[in-house]
Design a protein around this ligand. Structure first.
Ligand code: SAM
Ligand code: SF4
Ligand code: SF4
Length: 386
């Protein structure tokens, strides 16, 4: 892995956001790769899903993501000029979609902190997949601003939303977000999203042993039968700042066992290829899945790697393309955008990068040296957005 993009005579250095390590070079591929058509990587994984991080800022300081000791007052965020403009994001999204992307997720940092985000949603909703369909357009948020923004986002064309919520206990929640933010406001945001007509709302709970794992059954009961799908996420060793320890991970198998001890659950088939969550349905009195009660999901990024199906590309707010959540290097697409590259050139660069992809960090985790991942400083979750 690790290349530069060469356009015409120009070589564009690709620098890792945190380690500033220059990457080796790749010849530009404009002449060799088609500008459109489904892309596959070296492990035959298609490019289907694009996650776009729109800001590196957040109003929460979740300890597993942006611990205060690192993201304090002195922390230097990117300047507005460094961020991709909405038109730049939309242009890249269009080129990614011509290469097979069907699903776009906006994330951050906290994406709702980006001013006028609904304008970006509107632009993205105007794009079409290679089959002429609207993209599956969604957003991951901490929910703090959702009550205010849900309606405008829905009107702009957002279809779905995922809200992160780690506890229903106000004291636990305030401690986990570490800015004393009340849980009631996030719950109001979820209600506003439902009222605005956003479909398939999901709630993500990162489970950390000794911090919020006692909330597992309560969270499950709260969302059971509401039409909202709760997903339990294993606490991951992303980034280099959260002091991750394996003994703080609650394996998904344990989450399911704890739930099944109280309520009947049955396994469900995956709904889409590359789906990260394993699905479990609440069973009715007959022992079968009752769709009215809904389902829960578990995302076992640590205990059960799903790299084999990973079809996600990640674009940072400053226009760097990452091929894995645990990447230590990214490709500087902004230089192409601002260096007057043609669509064909950018498209070819994207193709070349994806076709060279071999990342599978979670599969290799156990055999890699601690904290270095694939060999360098890892990007942070708040930078690339999960
Ligand atoms: N601020 C938004 C939010 O919290 O939903 C979007 C960005 S946040 C980085 C995206 C998701 O990553 C959230 O659901 C969050 O809980 C999850 N996340 C962050 N750090 C994590 C970690 N160390 N392990 C597992 N999930 C993590
Ligand atoms: Fe902010 Fe989301 Fe990270 Fe929490 S998980 S600090 S809300 S970006
Ligand atoms: Fe995808 Fe990387 Fe996660 Fe594997 S470790 S599933 S390649 S993001």
């Amino acid at each position: 892995m690790g290349h530069n993009l060469r356009m015409a005579e120009r070589v564009i250095p690709i620098v890792d956001q945190s380690s500033k390590v220059l990457q080796p070079q790749v010849p530009a591929a404009a002449a060799h790769t088609p500008a459109t058509g489904q892309l596959y990587d070296t492990r035959a994984r298609p490019l289907r899903d694009l996650r776009i991080s729109v800001t590196d800022r957040c109003n929460f300081r979740c300890g597993y993501c942006m611990p205060k000791e690192v993201f304090g007052k002195e922390y230097r965020y990117l300047s507005h000029d460094d961020l991709l403009r909405f038109e730049e994001i939309t242009r890249l999204a269009r080129l990614f979609m011509a290469h097979g992307v069907h699903k776009i997720r906006l994330t951050g940092g906290e994406p709702l902190l980006r001013k006028h985000l609904e304008r970006l949603v509107e632009q993205l909703a105007g794009l079409r997949t290679t089959e002429g369909r609207v993209p599956d357009l969604t957003l991951t948020t901490n929910g703090s601003l959702l009550a205010r923004k849900a309606r405008a986002l829905k009107d702009a064309g957002l279809q779905r939303v995922t809200v992160s919520l780690d506890s229903l206990d106000d004291a636990v929640f305030r401690r986990m977000n570490d800015v004393d933010f009340p849980v009631a406001e996030v719950l109001a945001g979820i209600e506003a999203a439902q009222a605005a007509g956003l479909a398939h709302i999901k709630v993500n709970m990162v489970v950390k042993r000794g911090t919020n794992d006692h909330e597992i059954p309560r969270m499950a009961r709260h969302f059971r039968g509401t039409g909202i799908t709760l997903r339990f996420i294993e606490y991951m060793d992303v980034g280099a700042t959260n002091g991750w320890r394996m003994d703080q991970v609650v394996p998904s198998a344990e989450v399911i066992a704890r739930l099944r001890a109280e309520l009947p659950l049955v396994p469900l088939a995956p709904s889409a290829l590359g789906e990260t969550a394993q699905r479990w349905g609440w069973a009715g009195a007959d022992g079968r899945h009752d769709p009215g009660l809904g389902e829960v999901g578990v995302i076992s990024s640590v205990t059960q790697a799903f790299c084999g199906d990973c079809n996600r590309a990640r674009l940072s707010m400053e226009g760097r393309l990452y091929l894995c959540l645990f990447a230590t290097q990214g490709w500087d697409l902004r230089s192409l955008l601002r260096g007057s590259a043609s669509d064909a050139q950018i498209s070819a660069a994207i193709a070349h990068i994806w076709q060279g992809r071999s990342d599978r960090y979670s599969e290799l985790r156990a055999s890699l040296p601690a904290d270095t991942g694939t060999g360098g400083r890892r990007i942070e979750m708040s930078y690339i957005g999960g």
